[in-house]
Design a protein. Structure first.
Length: 558
């Protein structure tokens, strides 16, 4: 345990007459007795929202088993610093009222600026301040919520801060470094810092009145049109994109600069960037600023779930953005469009390590696709397997004649075989697949249906990630193997024989982020294709549950 702050209870508002009427020992005993009584009361009573969330940690921090409970918030400066910290948690997308703000402000006013207060007021202020510091530290270090409780499919490498919360709080108070100590707990990523700036920006927009809804009587607005709604469109884009005015005699003209700004808006919102203002663009224009702020808050929480050490070099797939990146030293050095799982076959969020790739792969049909897609297709069309270059195999690898199988019965009662698709132009995995062990049977691969990449919403797969540049990614990953030139890769693929190549282990992180901001402050939003934001936001808006810090308590050795 760190050295105690003080051995006497002295506050700025304590009158001189009271100091003369009691000894240090009396003050300590009075504080200790009141602390124990109030501790029990405030632990059990949720009246006015003043229930504490960390009774075990607080009991240990204050040495409840000893005769004297020593005070830790010993001066007005510390209390004001903590009140400022609570108010400023909004910058991280958290809510000050989750941390006893109103109660602490009221008690601080009574204790420091009123002659009419009781020792009980000081004790309650002490408890709430300490509890608030515990909870804020935990929320910044690992998130307010448990990721897997909110989204069972979120299994990314978790953020685990190697701290003892009890020692952390004691150190922050002893050294009077509350604000600085908490800053060291936030995620270290530039994405997190940029999102905080985006949150501040959109809150400023809200404070200025947000933006009006946009409607048009035209089926669509596009370059060359002259209409009164064009002027309204300019005003709407001004709010989030700055100056979109042109040197025109009539602002109702949809001219070049406005077209460019519409394209920019569409790109930032994951829409078809054609400069035409039709239904999807109007819907995005009319998402209120409050919803944009909430989306940013949700994604700040997601970053607090993510491990601080993704690796110096790693593959990141943002499912919501339909994009794969290879990141080196915090910079994307390779980017490819991606296709992800359908809403009813979601691509899960998880982390793994890629260790090999396979050229000209065969494809063993996964159980879900076998049951829901392939067997019904064979029932409808007996030639389906032949057309798709698929074979039915026993467990020992021997082939089964499809004509000998009762496919209607198999659709109902189960299927004792496996189905494998041979390499070729119609193979579902295309020319190459990239393998990283995981319980979801998900991997990254090529695809023969390349026409799907023209869509902006690319949730078409059964869970795996298909990419637009598979051979380019293979060449990038094999840079350290001189024999694997682009010509050699093409030759192996054309031969059509499965070939496995091991690579240096590389971390893979499949994430789900519906908003992000770049270093220039440009904010991007994406459609919540899996409806994950609403569930997360509802949980974020609830009070911290009493059991929310169990993992942190374990870290504290309790």
């Amino acid at each position: 345990m760190f050295l105690r702050l003080q051995t006497v209870f002295i506050l700025a508002g304590l009158s001189f007459s009271v100091l003369l009427s009691c000894t240090r020992k009396d003050a300590q005993a009075e504080f200790s007795d009141n602390f124990r009584v109030k501790f029990v009361s405030i632990t059990e009573d949720s009246a006015q929202g003043r229930v504490i969330f960390n009774p075990e940690l607080i009991a240990d921090l204050y040495d409840m088993d000893e005769d004297v409970v020593l005070k830790r918030w010993g001066n007005k400066q510390k209390v004001e610093q903590m009140i400022s910290v609570i108010q400023n948690v909004e910058e991280d997308g958290l809510h000050p009222n989750d941390y006893h703000l109103q109660a602490i402000e009221n008690l601080a006013e009574t204790v420091f600026y009123s002659r009419n207060y009781e020792v009980e007021d000081v004790v309650e202020l002490e408890l709430l301040l300490t509890d608030a510091l515990f909870v804020i530290a935990s929320h910044l270090a690992e998130g307010k919520l448990d990721a897997e409780n909110i989204d069972p499919q979120w299994n990314a490498s978790k953020r685990k801060m190697d701290i003892n919360l009890e020692a952390f709080v004691d150190s922050a108070l002893t050294n009077n470094t509350i604000e600085e100590s908490l800053k060291n707990l936030v995620p270290p990523y530039r994405e997190y810092r940029n999102l905080k700036k985006a949150l501040a920006k959109y809150r400023e927009v809200k404070a200025s009145g947000g933006w009006d809804s946009f409607e048009t009587s035209m089926p669509k607005l596009q370059k060359g049109v002259t209409h009164e709604d064009v002027a309204t469109l300019r005003k709407r884009l001004m709010v989030t994109q700055g100056d979109v005015y042109e040197n025109l005699e009539d602002e109702k003209i949809f001219a070049s600069k406005l077209h460019e700004q519409v394209v920019i808006f569409q790109k930032r919102n994951g829409l078809t960037a054609d400069g035409v203002v039709s239904k999807s663009t109007i819907e995005a224009l009319n998402i209120p600023v409050e919803e944009r702020i909430a989306t940013i808050e949700a994604n700040l929480e997601r970053w607090r779930w993510i491990n601080d050490d993704l690796g110096k070099k790693y593959i990141k797939v943002n499912i919501a953005n339909f994009e794969l990146q290879v990141v080196e030293n915090d910079t994307a050095v390779f980017v490819s469009d991606a296709i992800v799982g359908k809403p009813f076959r979601k691509t899960p969020v998880f982390s793994s390590v890629m260790n090999h790739l396979v050229f000209a792969p065969t494809w063993t049909v996964p159980p879900t696709i076998l049951k829901q897609d392939v067997i019904p297709a064979v029932v409808q069309k007996p030639s389906y397997l032949r057309e798709k270059n698929m074979k039915v195999l026993r467990n020992d690898g021997s082939e089964v004649d499809p004509a000998t199988i009762d496919w209607k019965k198999a659709a109902v009662s189960g299927f004792p075989y496996r189905i494998r698709q041979e390499p070729g132009k119609d193979n579902a995995l295309g020319a190459v697949k990239f393998m990283f062990p995981n319980k979801h049977s998900v991997y990254i691969h090529d695809t023969p249906t390349r026409n799907l990449f023209v869509h902006t919403d690319r949730s078409f797969s059964s869970g795996c990630i298909r990419i637009a540049k598979p051979l380019e990614l293979a060449a990038y990953l094999l840079q350290d193997k001189p024999e694997w030139t682009k010509a050699q890769i093409s030759k192996v693929v054309e031969q059509g024989r499965e070939r496995t190549v091991h690579i240096k282990p590389l971390a893979v992180h499949l994430l789900y982020l519906t908003t992000w901001a770049d270093d220039e402050g440009i904010v991007h939003f994406r459609k919540d294709i899996y409806d994950r934001d609403d569930v997360l936001l509802k949980a974020l808006n609830q009070k911290p549950p009493v059991a929310a810090l169990e993992e942190s308590k374990e870290m504290a050795g309790l």
